[in-house]
Design a protein around this ligand. Structure first.
Ligand code: ZN
Ligand code: ZN
Ligand code: ZN
Ligand code: ZN
Ligand code: ZN
Ligand code: ZN
Length: 457
């Protein structure tokens, strides 16, 4: 009884076994039942082959034509046949149980220990391939074997084995891939094109999209075409409902991704090739309008409830002015940025006066672009830009603080001196009309042959 082993099919103990098949031991009874006489699909001989085998192969042929799951070599002496495939005799003792975490990349995979490359930790196939040197003959990373003339070549080069793409006939380098990389990319690209094209209901636009991908494929190759065709798909989708003169229509272009029309954009190059051009000033206007929309939506989420109506009204009026060619979009864009800044400050303090005081101190330049809005909102909203005296004081305090906690830029220092002159001497000068001399303890402003002492902030 001691020498008996368990049949892994029927779980009975036996001392005679018919065959080990896919990692499982079969007792004689099971063997005779499961392995029926069938014609081998390779050599044609009648042999005992597992009844569930879809492509019947006798043991000899299976060993002869099945590549080793680890090294992919074919026709090597068989080491072991496991449920996951055949291992040649040089790989049989290094492959561990399949599907554990690779100690190099952490992915779950079939692991083996690769002593040849000096690792004694179990790693996955793709990590193993990355560690290989390039075969000096074909340039592919692979395990290298000594040839009779002392060179180190990969298995294919040693044995003169070549694999060819089943579609274009070009040489490929992995026995388990029947298509070359280019043909695989072509397939991927074609499948994606069909999938995308079917989403376009308008047959003209669909044809244009297919033409666009064809242009892409010629210009950047099938692999890149497959990966970038989707990033411009929204353009073709939008084109289905576009006005006839869409390339001159600012509103339509505003709804699109601005990046589509950059010089480097493949879509732009394609449109150029068709002679479809967007005027730079139209694109600039679309960009401005896009920013305005973005700013408005930020403002509407930030502002207090009672302000939304006024803000919406204000911008409706401004945009209407733009449509009548009375106001430039760029002006409205600057206004929208200033209004956004105002409400960003409001969101921090929940007090409009504080917010506007902070604006006067930090970005006095926004005053000009806020005037229209302040006038529009008054008297519904109590908003007043501080007087020149008060603004100067806020600005001085802000710059003094900034000097102490981070330093001032040259322009800010100029502004500080200007505010100081106004606040303490009652002198108003334009920037650039005075020069500054600075020592360790104080600053001297020189203008009109006068020397004025300025406190260091
Ligand atoms: Zn059995
Ligand atoms: Zn056979
Ligand atoms: Zn092997
Ligand atoms: Zn790995
Ligand atoms: Zn080679
Ligand atoms: Zn091919």
């Amino acid at each position: 009884m001691g020498k008996q082993k368990q049949c892994e099919q029927c779980l009975q103990y036996a001392d005679k076994f018919g065959r080990k098949y896919r990692g499982k031991r079969y007792c004689m009874d099971c063997y005779l039942y499961f392995f029926v006489k069938r014609a081998c699909s390779h050599c044609g001989e009648l042999k005992r082959i597992h009844r569930d085998e879809k492509k019947p192969l006798c043991y000899r042929c299976y060993s002869a034509i099945t590549p080793c799951v680890r090294c992919h070599r074919v026709g090597r002496p068989v080491g072991r046949i496991e449920s996951f495939g055949l291992l040649c005799n040089s790989c049989a003792n290094v492959v561990l149980k399949p599907y554990r975490k690779c100690s190099m990349c952490g992915k779950s995979s079939r692991l083996s220990i690769d002593k040849k490359n000096g690792t004694n930790k179990p790693i996955c196939q793709s990590c193993r391939y990355k560690m290989y040197a390039k075969c000096p003959q074909c340039g592919i990373k692979a395990a290298l074997y000594k040839t009779s003339d002392g060179r180190d070549l990969c298995y294919r080069c040693v044995n003169g084995i070549h694999y060819y793409c089943s579609k274009c006939g070009a040489e490929t380098y992995r026995s388990n891939k029947t298509l070359c990389q280019r043909c695989q990319a072509c397939n991927r690209n074609d499948k994606r094109t069909i999938f995308n094209a079917e989403l376009l209901g308008n047959s003209d636009i669909r044809a244009m999209f297919v033409d666009y991908v064809a242009w892409l494929t010629v210009n950047v190759g099938p692999a890149k075409a497959a990966s970038v065709q989707n990033s411009y798909f929204d353009f073709f989708e939008a084109l289905q409902t576009a006005p006839d003169d869409w390339e001159r229509n600012v509103e339509f272009l505003t709804g699109l991704d601005g990046g589509h029309f950059r010089k480097s954009s493949l879509l732009k190059r394609y449109l150029d090739s068709l002679g479809i051009n967007c005027d730079p000033s139209t694109l600039k206007a679309a960009m401005d309008l896009r920013t305005i929309h973005k700013n408005i939506s930020t403002v509407l989420t930030l502002c207090p409830l009672g302000h939304q109506f006024i803000i919406t009204e204000f911008f409706n009026e401004r945009i209407a002015g733009y449509k009548k060619h009375r106001i430039k979009l760029q002006t409205i864009r600057v206004e929208s940025s200033s209004i956004k800044r105002l409400y960003e400050h409001w969101a921090q303090s929940n007090d409009l006066n504080t917010a506007i005081r902070q604006l006067a101190a930090e970005t006095p330049g926004t005053r000009c672009s806020l005037t229209k809005y302040i006038n529009f909102a008054t008297p519904t909203i109590q908003l007043t830009w501080p007087s020149v005296e008060a603004s100067t004081e806020y600005r001085l305090a802000y710059l003094t603080n900034k000097y102490r906690y981070g330093g001032l830029t040259n322009a800010e220092l100029q502004d500080y001196v200007k505010c100081f002159l106004f606040h303490f001497y009652g002198v108003s000068v334009t920037t650039g009309a005075f020069s500054i001399a600075s020592s360790n303890s104080d600053i001297t402003a020189l203008f009109n042959h006068q020397k004025l002492w300025i406190a260091k902030p």
